[in-house]
Design a protein around this ligand. Structure first.
Ligand SMILES: [Zn+2]
Length: 243
C-alpha cells in the first residue's frame, strides 16, 4: 500500500515544544510525516479579532510538492475559531490555539492531537479522490468518540483523543468509496495506538477501580514481604552470623 506523505509546516511560534522527530517516526501504513519548511515569522492577523483568515493563510502557506498533503501548524486563532481548516484540495491547517491547553489539561499530548487530526485529514484525502475539497461534509455534530466528531465545543476533542475510532456511519461512508485493500483495518489498528501514556492510563484505572487497586497494593506488599523473608532465610544458611 503506497503511503501518503504529509508535510508539516510550522507557522510562527508554536509556544509549545512539538516532538517532530517522534511524529516522523510514527509507525503508519497509511502515511509518512515529514517536517517540511517553516514560516518563522508570521504577519499580523488580518481578522478583526486577531484571527488568521483562510484568504490570508492561503497566501502564507505553499503546498510542499514533495508531499500529498501540506499540513500547516499554527498557534493562533483561526477564522471562525476552528481548530482545523482546509485551505485547498491538498493544504490544511491545524491550530493549537486553546487546543494545546485543552489536551494537556486532559493528560493528552500535543503530538497525539496532531496525529489524530492527521488521520482525519489523511483518511478523507485517501477516500475522497485524493482531495480535501469536501472535507467539510464529513464531520457530524454528535460526539461519538469518532475521528469525524465535529467538536464545535472544542473541549469535546478529548472524547476522540484516547483510542479514537470510526463510528458506524463514517465506516459505512468509507466502505462506499474506492479505497485500497487493507485501508480500514490499518486505520482501526493505528487509531488504537493514539492513547494516553501508560502512567496516566494506570492513574485513571486506579481512580475508577479504587478497591481493586487497594487489593493489588496489599497483595503486592505481602508478596514482597514473603519474598524478602525467603531470601533472608536463604542468606542465613550461608552467613549464619547475619541473624
Ligand atoms: Zn463518525
Amino acid at each position: 500500500m503506497r503511503k501518503l506523505v504529509v508535510s508539516i509546516v510550522p507557522l510562527g511560534s508554536l509556544k509549545h515544544s512539538v516532538n517532530m522527530q517522534g511524529l516522523e517516526k510514527w509507525p503508519s501504513k497509511l502515511f509518512t510525516i515529514r517536517h517540511g519548511a517553516s514560516v518563522n515569522h508570521l504577519p499580523d492577523a488580518a481578522g478583526n479579532n486577531w484571527e488568521y483568515t483562510k484568504v490570508q493563510l492561503n497566501n502564507i502557506v505553499r503546498h510542499d510538492e514533495q508531499s500529498d498533503i501540506t499540513l500547516a501548524l499554527i498557534n493562533a486563532k483561526l477564522e471562525g475559531n476552528y481548530y482545523i481548516r482546509t485551505l485547498s484540495r491538498n493544504i490544511a491547517v491545524i491550530s493549537l490555539y486553546e487546543m494545546a491547553d485543552i489536551v494537556l489539561s486532559a493528560n493528552l499530548t500535543i503530538e497525539n492531537f496532531i496525529l489524530r487530526n492527521t488521520y482525519e485529514l489523511a483518511t478523507i484525502y485517501e477516500a475522497d479522490g485524493h482531495s480535501l475539497d469536501n472535507a467539510y461534509t464529513w464531520p457530524h455534530d454528535d460526539i461519538r468518540g469518532c475521528l469525524y466528531d465535529m467538536n464545535a465545543n472544542k473541549y469535546d476533542i478529548i472524547f476522540s483523543m484516547h483510542r479514537p475510532s470510526l463510528c458506524g456511519n463514517c465506516r459505512s461512508k468509507i466502505q462506499s468509496m474506492q479505497v485500497r485493500s487493507g485501508f480500514l483495518p490499518a486505520i482501526d489498528a493505528e487509531l488504537r495506538l493514539i492513547k494516553k501514556t501508560l502512567y496516566f492510563r494506570i492513574n485513571e484505572w486506579i481512580k475508577s477501580h479504587p478497591l481493586y487497586a487497594l487489593a493489588i497494593a496489599a497483595a503486592s506488599a505481602t508478596s514482597i514481604n514473603l519474598i524478602a523473608s525467603v531470601i533472608f532465610e536463604s542468606v542465613k544458611r550461608f552467613i549464619p552470623w547475619i541473624s
